[in-house]
Design a protein around this ligand. Structure first.
Ligand code: AVJ
Ligand code: FE
Length: 437
């Protein structure tokens, strides 16, 4: 690496950390302190927990592990270790009050930036190689910025956040699905410098030919499923899914409410008519899976999703993103909380894949049929609790990222996961079918 390359890397790391902190600051200053310490849902931490946890992880990985510094506040580690206390218990912990949490996170950040200024990215440590630890911490903060936006959406009361509406797009008139050829493709990565352990290593996967939706499933399409009695028809559901919708009397996505002949939804403190052309949002894996069966289709496997997003049939190579190897720009995808909703289907033509699949990156996390499993050759790094402890059948994989996640934490290889019942997350889906069907 040249000296200029090192400085470019340093600037990119700095920019990623600053972007994340600007967002964190907004999300924790747009409401009054009581809204930061309150628990808006037992599914989520109080916002003030996320804030200090962001600082604590940064202190742990950058100041202590990379910098070799002593703990600043050894007494608080146990409060902000996500494995010590479940989210529902966090409000009753002696958490740092908002002003102290802000001060702590800012103090850690000041020292981390000092460390970044003199950091050597080629010193032979895997943690600092290509700036990994700094990139990991920027991603971690952005992941919690998405988590905090989920909490903001759960919070009731007047709106605290606003964002511009999407540019209008003509109704999408492209093909509904495209055929992806069968054969091998490279899944995962060994070269993406800030890729997390579960995305590694790159390996070859065989996939049989299949068809996949060119755009995510829309609210209009999902309403047709509801209108056709989808929630009352057992055969569309897995046994677990059916038990879950019955037990909880689910009738529609989270935040939807029927009024007269139309569906309304609550979105960041505002109630509005559900926009028909927007990707459906706030559905569980069970609902996505049932919809797909009703439509005579199925969810794509994780490998099918990634092949659609990365395989370039012209070269046989896997690219970083559907549009190629360039980092995401505002023309490619709806990312980074620039908007507070997914964009209508057919948006972002510059972000489409060579086969014409749109909006794979951004808008909504897309449920796949796959469980979270390690790739062959997986090695936990830098800590087992990032991914390894979650491997197994309990979690379903989501791909592609939502409007709420920043580009730094979103790639063609990025893997997200949650329980199949979860709906508060910014998740939707698209469907697929096998060639032989
Ligand atoms: C990968 C999004 C499931 O939010 O629980 C944040 C990311 N890990 N802090 C989560 C994460 C540790 C994780 N997900
Ligand atoms: Fe975390």
């Amino acid at each position: 690496t040249t000296a200029a390359g090192t400085e470019t890397l340093r600037e990119r790391l700095l920019a990623s950390l600053v972007t994340a902190r600007d967002r964190t600051t907004l999300l924790t200053s747009c409401v009054e302190d009581p809204d930061l310490t309150a628990q808006h849902s037992p599914l989520m931490s109080p916002l003030v927990w996320d804030l200090a946890h962001i600082g604590n992880q940064e202190e742990l990985w950058l100041l202590r592990n990379v910098g070799g510094r002593e703990a600043m506040r050894p007494d608080i580690d146990v409060l902000y270790d996500a494995f010590e206390h479940p989210r529902s218990e966090r409000p009753s912990l002696p958490l740092l009050p908002p002003e102290e949490a802000r001060k702590y996170a800012a103090e850690v950040r000041g020292r981390a930036l000092d460390l970044l200024e003199g950091a050597d990215f080629e010193g032979g440590s895997r943690l600092t190689e290509a700036g990994f630890a700094f990139g990991m911490i920027a991603q971690h903060e952005q992941q919690h910025d998405e988590t905090m936006l989920i909490t903001h959406q759960l919070r009731t009361g007047p709106a605290a956040l606003t964002a511009p509406a999407h540019d209008p797009v003509p109704p999408y008139t492209g093909p509904a699905e495209v055929r992806v050829p069968g054969g091998p493709f490279t899944m995962g990565t060994s070269t993406e410098p800030w890729a997390l352990d579960n995305e590694r290593p790159a390996h070859v996967r065989e996939v049989a030919p299949y068809w996949i939706d060119t755009v995510p499933v829309t609210n209009a399409a999902y309403q047709a499923f509801i209108a056709d009695g989808g929630y009352d028809t057992e055969r569309w559901w897995t046994p677990e899914g059916w038990a879950h919708v019955r037990r909880n009397s689910l009738k529609a996505p989270l935040y939807w409410r029927r009024e007269g002949h139309q569906w309304l939804r609550r979105r960041f403190g505002v109630t509005e008519v559900v926009p028909p052309e927007e990707p459906v949002l706030h559905v569980s894996w069970y609902e996505a899976d049932a919809y797909a069966r009703w439509a005579g289709r199925r969810l794509p496997t994780e490998a099918e999703w990634e092949k659609a997003a990365r395989h370039d049939p012209a070269t046989g190579r896997s690219t970083r993103y559907p549009w190629g190897d360039a980092d995401p720009g505002p023309e490619h995808a709806n990312l980074g909380q620039r908007h507070l909703s997914p964009a209508p289907v057919g948006s972002y033509p510059a972000g489409e894949s060579p086969l014409g699949v749109r909006q794979l990156i951004g808008d909504v996390w897309e449920w796949t049929s796959s469980d979270l499993e390690p790739y062959p050759g997986f090695a936990a790094f830098p800590y087992r609790e990032y991914s390894e402890v979650f491997f197994g059948p309990d979690y379903k994989i989501m791909r592609g990222g939502s409007f709420a996640v920043d580009a730094v934490a979103c790639r063609g290889t990025f893997r997200n996961w949650d329980y199949p019942i979860r709906r508060q997350i910014f998740a939707g889906f698209r469907t697929a079918r096998s060639e032989s069907d």
